[in-house]
Design a protein around this ligand. Structure first.
Ligand code: FES
Ligand code: FES
Length: 169
């Protein structure tokens, strides 16, 4: 990370590189710019939502080097050189990911605020643990809040996605 010349004081900007959904971006950010704001405002990836901005709701969840993180708690400069997956990067070649399809099939798609984060937390879980128990699924999405409904269909969807992946579908 380099400080860009001719910038001083609070407006000083730093050149960073982010690899987002497989694409490399060289951008300039202030020291206090949050990752969620870079994704939404500079890269126009608005699938990542801002809810509480306090690390409580999980609506800003992205994968940072494969791990689910709250992008409202991470400075963009901390992500310099790292790989990020947002919900826009989950489907491949217009083909929904197994987890996304399972959410649809199990009526687990809820509002646009909580669903992207749930999908990414579920994907991270199934990558590190392809055969989770219901308890493990609930633990994995514990940081993703929905205050509107229960989590029954979401848990069903993640368990169904695990079975589908098992079949190699
Ligand atoms: S907006 Fe990041 S956790 Fe709520
Ligand atoms: S917060 Fe998304 S459906 Fe409740």
């Amino acid at each position: 990370m380099e400080c860009i010349e001719n910038n001083t004081g609070r407006d000083k900007r730093y050149a960073i590189q982010l690899i987002v959904n497989g694409d490399s971006y060289n951008i300039a950010v202030k020291a206090n710019t949050l990752l969620v704001n870079v994704l939404r405002d500079q890269l126009n990836l608005t699938g990542t939502k801002k809810g509480c901005e306090l690390g409580n709701c999980g609506s800003c969840t992205v994968l940072l080097d494969g791990e689910p993180v709250d992008s409202c708690l991470i400075l963009a400069i901390e992500a310099d050189g790292h790989e990020i997956i947002t919900v826009e990067g989950v489907a491949k070649n217009s083909q929904l990911d197994t987890v996304q399809q399972a959410f649809i099939d199990n009526a687990a798609v809820q509002c646009g605020f909580c669903t992207p984060g749930m999908i990414l937390s579920a994907k991270a879980l199934l990558t590190r643990n392809p055969h989770p128990t219901e308890t493990e699924v609930r633990e994995a999405i514990a940081g993703n809040f929905c205050r509107c409904t229960g989590y029954v269909n979401i848990v069903k969807a993640v368990l169904a996605a695990a079975v589908t992946k098992d079949r190699g579908a």
